[in-house]
Design a protein around this ligand. Sequence first.
Ligand code: HEM
Length: 276
Amino acid sequence: MFLTRILQDFAVFGWDFVLSLTNILAPLRPVGHVVPEGHPGAGGHWPEYMPPKEGDSRCSCPGLNAMANHGILPRNGKGIPFKDLGELVRNTYNIAPSFCFFVSNFSANMLKRNYRRDTFDLAELDVHNGIEHDGSLTREDSVHVPDQGTPHRPFIEELLASATGKDKEGNTILTIADLSRYSAKRRVDARTSNPSYSLSFFHKMFASSNSSLLLTIYGGRVDDLEVVLLEERITEGWESRVRSKMGLTIAALNMTVLRVEMGIDEKQYAQSIKQI
Ligand code: HEM
């Protein structure tokens, strides 16, 4: 079983490498045509947004919750086949199939379910220290708030207010340095307020991968992130800022992940609050 998983991971990374090379050679998807024709969101037209109702299942992931709020995943967030998740995520956000398979398959293994046959509810993804971890950007730690399905507004407002960048059109954007700085703050604050705080190397990399999705899929754009992080809604007309032909690969995301994670300086942040 263990050996099968290692071999499978190698196969996925090989596949991802081929897709990354293809992205270097192939032309970008044209603006306005990132979502394939016939899929929800094509031409910037997203299915109607409806916030979750009492009893609906939501999780700590803004990207997946937004899909359920638009009916791209079941609106009640329940009974989602693992094997369908990858393709839906891929078409919605232009993420490479290798990456989508890796995360969906990882989630099935985490829940000890069968990737091909089984389903899950969104809230089930919040196994603590599975993918979900302490010191997140948009959620309080699960020790304080066991239901991770609702965004924590003060963190999100603070994160977005920390943006220092501008893109070519003059839009305010979060930069790699902004994400590193805010992640350092969240980790130090969480360690101080949570007696059972833990964040392994593996979960640090997960955390920085999620930060990097904000920088790539959303281009760090504060106006778009405000909507997706606070309301878990996709703005009409929005499309992924990733335009590569085969979508965002694991290899491409990792270039950003390493820069975010290496820039996180918890000591410096801890010192700065002592001096106040
Ligand atoms: C493919 C399946 C996916 C699964 C199984 C998944 C699962 C998760 C989980 C469990 C977390 C919580 C981690 C934490 O404790 O902070 C999370 C966080 C996050 N996810 Fe996803 N996710 C997926 C796809 C996506 C996509 C496509 C996006 C964006 C377009 C996205 C954006 C984020 C962001 C920004 C966070 C960080 C939230 C925070 O730090 O508070 N995810 N995801």
